[in-house]
Design a binder for this molecule. Structure first.
Ligand SMILES: [Zn+2]
Length: 499
């Protein structure tokens, strides 16, 4: 081989790669906690005030059929981080440590972004991997770390180490040092700020502070990836920011047609006994209780909205708003009393359907205000972030690049997908009512559900019955569809099984 040709072609190739890398955008990923798809104005909610989220949708792309594949925070967060179904880690077993721990941390999208020239940062709730070990894996994964242990607290003192930690040199020691701070052994987050001297709200005050620190201290020669995991709108719902305390007090609150006692008591008995269902039934038993809870929930959502407004202002001040993609999503949904359920976990729309908005300022003119109806999943986020950075989806990832849908480049997209929830919460001890494990296959029109421990199946036509009120499993005219969906579930179980 001609010795001279090799370096020339290598140089040419490396020049191409460098030119491409110059075009790598910054990525700001905003992930909320337990936020369902319809709790913001741009997804049809007429009460909750979310002007900043609505503006993001008006300038970006709104995904009307966005779902998560496993409806509990730590599981969904591990799916997002890895781009891989939980089943591939747990084999469908009731094994939370396996479900929420990446099989190889070097294969996660932040590791790949870092390897490909990105400066990376993380702020907020982490909840991936097991205990302190999982937390420290997170610390090592990112250049800047502002992550919090377990769910974190809504309020911190101004001088709390979680607030003042530099995120770089001392990031390993980051810890809430407030008087009643939440350590690993605390079973519940601290509620309220009554005994605090200078309380700051995590989402509306601490997050913007930390984002500013991240942007100012970063390596400005590199594009950045920053994930902000909001504490909101997860319970305790009474911990909304002070500035929204008077919101919604006098507003009438619309509730779902399935949020009533009659529907709750029509559910199979094993579901009526599942985790938090008694709480929902209590709220449904007295007029006005549910509405009051929803008011608090909406205040937390508006708190996120205020934070997003502050973050966009910071991006503009730094002069990087035109080259920073903003992605807004949630780790899972939340029931507001529908079918007599509370929390999430179960395979119904309120639990598995989440908001997704992607704002890419580089294509604002062409795509601003667009709605995409294709079914997108949390397992798609990792391939999408990598694609924004010019990195091909690794073969081991299960998701697809959502950016193709924004640019109208898609040749084919999924027509169905698999949902799993193999964690029963029995590991939390006997005082906790267990979750009922479930699986599902969702198409645009149909949903087939299996509760494997009870061997109970359900079938809903989502198109005609979006609130999932009529179980068609015994209807003979749907036999063919049922057979097809059972087959698809078997197909996905095999496809995602632990190799
Ligand atoms: Zn603190």
């Amino acid at each position: 081989m001609n010795r001279f040709l090799i370096p020339v072609s290598a140089l040419f190739f490396s020049a191409l790669v460098n030119a491409e890398k110059k075009g790598q955008p910054n990525i700001l990923f905003l992930l909320s906690d337990d936020q369902r798809w319809d709790s913001q104005g741009c997804f049809g909610n007429k009460t909750v005030k979310t002007p900043e989220i609505d503006r993001l949708a008006a300038e970006g792309v709104r995904f009307s059929n966005s779902f998560i594949t496993f409806s509990v925070s730590s599981a969904s967060r591990a799916v997002i981080l890895t781009g891989i179904y939980s089943r591939s880690r747990s084999n469908g077993a009731d094994d939370l440590p396996a479900i929420c721990t990446p099989e190889n941390w070097e294969n996660t999208f932040p590791a790949l972004l870092k390897k490909n020239g990105y400066y990376t940062g993380y702020i907020g709730k982490w909840d991936i991997g097991v205990g302190e070990d999982g937390f420290q894996h997170g610390v090592d994964l990112f250049n800047y770390w502002g992550g919090d242990r377990w769910h974190g607290n809504y309020w911190h003192e101004k001088d709390c180490n979680f607030v003042t930690n530099d995120g770089i040199a001392h990031k390993k020691e980051i810890r809430c040092t407030c008087v009643t701070g939440n350590a690993w052994d605390a079973s519940l987050p601290r509620t309220g700020n009554q005994s605090m001297k200078n309380p700051l709200h995590t989402d509306t005050e601490v997050v913007p502070l930390k984002v500013k620190t991240f942007l100012e201290s970063r390596d400005k020669q590199k594009p950045f990836f920053l994930q902000v995991s909001f504490r909101s709108p997860k319970d305790p719902w009474s911990d909304y920011p002070t500035e929204v305390k008077d919101y919604y007090t006098d507003d009438s609150i619309a509730i779902s047609p399935t949020a009533n006692l009659q529907n709750a008591l029509s559910q199979p008995e094993f579901l009526q006994k599942s985790m938090a269902a008694n709480h929902a039934r209590n709220l449904l038993s007295t007029k006005g209780l549910l509405e009051n809870e929803i008011r608090k929930h909406y205040r937390l959502v508006t708190g996120i909205d205020i934070a997003i407004g502050k973050l966009r202002k910071i991006l503009a001040e730094q002069g990087i708003e035109d080259n920073t993609i903003i992605v807004f999503a949630s780790d899972n949904g939340a029931f507001l009393g529908e079918h007599g359920f509370w929390g999430k976990w179960l395979p119904y729309e309120e639990s598995m359907r989440v908001p997704l908005i992607i704002y890419d300022p580089r294509i604002k003119k062409e795509s601003g205000g667009k709605t995409v109806d294709e079914m997108v999943l949390n397992v798609d986020y990792a391939p999408t972030f990598l694609a924004f950075a010019g990195i091909k989806t690794p073969r081991y990832m299960h998701g697809m690049d959502i950016g193709k849908l924004m640019a109208n480049k898609k040749s084919c997209w999924r027509t169905d997908w698999y949902y799993e929830h193999s964690w029963s919460a029995k590991s939390l001890g006997s005082t906790v009512t267990p979750i009922v494990p479930s699986e599902a296959v969702r198409t645009k029109e149909w949903k087939y559900i299996l509760f494997p421990n009870q061997q109970v199946e359900q079938l809903f036509n989502i198109k005609n019955d979006p609130f999932e009120t009529v179980d068609l499993i015994a209807n003979p005219s749907n036999k063919k569809m049922l057979e097809k969906l059972r087959g698809r579930m078997n197909y996905y179980r095999k496809l995602y099984e632990k190799k």
